[in-house]
Ligand binder design. Sequence first.
Ligand code: NAD
Length: 644
Amino acid sequence: MSDIDIRITGRAGRITFTRPQALNAMSYDMCMAVDAAMRQWRDDDEVALVVIDAQGDKAFCAGGDIAALYDTGTKGDFAYARRFWRDEYRLNAFIAEFPKPVVSLMQGFTMGGGVGIGCHGGHRVVDDSTRIAMPECGIGLIPDVGGCHLLSRAPGYLGEYLGLTAGRMAAGDAILAGFADHFIPREKWADLIEMLEASGDIAHVAAHALPAPPSSLGEMRADIDRHFGGGSLQAILDSLSADDSDFAQKTRAVLARNAPLSMACTVEMLRRLRAEDATIRQALDLEYRFTWRSMEDGDFLEGIRAQIIDKDRNPKWQYAGDTGPEAVPDAVLNHMLAPLGADALTFEGENRQMKIGFIGLGNMGGPMAANLAKAGHDVTGFDMADVTIAGVKMAGSAAEAAKGADVVITMLPNGQILRAVAADIIPAMDKGATFVDCSTVDVDSARAVAQQAEEAGLLAVDAPVSGGTGGASGGTLTFMAGGSDAAFAKAKPLFDIMGQKAVHCGAAGAGQSAKICNNMILGVTMIATCEAFALADKLGLDRQKMFDVVSTSSGYSWTMNAYCPAPGVGPQSPADNDYKPGFAADLMLKDLRLSQQAAESADADTPMGALAQALYAQFVENEDGKGMDFSAMLPRFEKRGHSE
Ligand code: NAD
């Protein structure tokens, strides 16, 4: 992604924001890319620590990309913003709880979303240019991304002051308020990063630090604590009004510009969090209650309109009287901060129920969907055929099953059908949701559908499977996935339920490429296994003896050992069930055709694949293979002689 550079350098997981022209504003994709990388690094022994920095002099990260939230929110689509906040807050908690050192180097503006990334790690570096702020009350939101957690822990009532005024903290202020740890002049940063990368030794950070510069905030502490400790917005305003000092008048003028509902809720949130000595998760949970309601019931859309869209800087806030903020009724405060029930924010390790749409509930899709429902997900399914799947609600159309889903999974017969279904459901899906296609299709269809999904603001993964119907019902499939890191990370918890292994093979289409290569081997080995049994028969060899030898000798394969085409030999397989599929010969032919199509367009020499395709075509189209399992090649060979 061009907005962010994620890599491993030496012992360090490295994240650099590379969007300085937009003050490194955090988009949803950037957020998910950080999330995906850090999850990998947590379990990677080579990565000793994480270092986050940003290009440009003006900003580390000046906030979230709120224009996209406005676009969707003004169309009445609140799901995108809620999903963005939810996933961003989960990342904020993940950073705060990360088991390895996280170093952030924050020059210039570090606001909102930037604080969420930069200020929850254990080693937060600032310099002379740093200006950290939580400006959300100015756009009708509350300090979020875990900002309320930091504010609630700031000394005295600095948290209320900083949250309500959106005041900017210079280096000394940020260290005093608990938003930063070390003051290190910018000219030393490159040297520090190099040492961290080379050694993985976090001690270099403290070794580079100079004493914190003085804090102007510190000089105002007495005034701040005197006026901001009243426990409600009204008490703070009354206290400031009763004081004609310069500080009180200036501060009151600042508060008159910000959203009263946001400020009143911020004071209440800090009061609750401080009283409970709350964790970051509790803080984020409370923040999410407000942000979840902020578009419908708060002033968020009006705030963005005035600040970012029309830039008239004249927002029409609720509870803004002629002479300044009016009292916000307790009932309104309580409503904005009331628990969200089923919509509440959940974190890693907690039950993360997803809303899943599942389209194509045949031999494979049916049991896969049932496994997701059994694991506690909310699954709505659709199939052209009239099917019932345990635990799955049925919708009247594919689009209906996809609407409002976090993830939509398709498990369809071929690329043409996939393209038609995709055209139907992509417009119905919420921006930011994930489209996972598990069908086996041609690489071109996989790439075309992924592109269409990405253009519509969705994450997309092609994730065909191996393991057959047994793997689908037993939850032991192997997924081979193509798509971005973020898309894969989103789908991974579901792959873990439906399968035993998920390999991220590369960009869009890479999963289908892997699948086609795998199935070309499968088709060829099945034919080789069947013809070897037929030859063994004619040589008078007992089939069981043949199995006993080959399954433990160099001729062994999945087709021999796990899916033996000879009835009564080896583990249970379709051969023991009159060759009813299992994996139909027609589908094998489809996959072999896909392999030859791919071989042709990639100019690859695949003579065995070509021969396997010709044999399966003959079997399915001219003999009695249609509707039979692909291992029914054995009875076919049995009946034939050498010259046929
Ligand atoms: P299937 O024919 O049993 O299931 C496909 C389902 O899709 C059917 O229920 C059908 O009614 C439904 N469908 C078709 N068009 C539809 C539409 N427009 N809207 C909604 N539903 C529609 O096939 P399967 O065995 O479940 O295979 C599905 C996919 O998985 C295929 O791409 C196949 O190649 C792949 N696959 C199958 C196996 C296997 O062992 N069966 C193994 C690996 C991969």
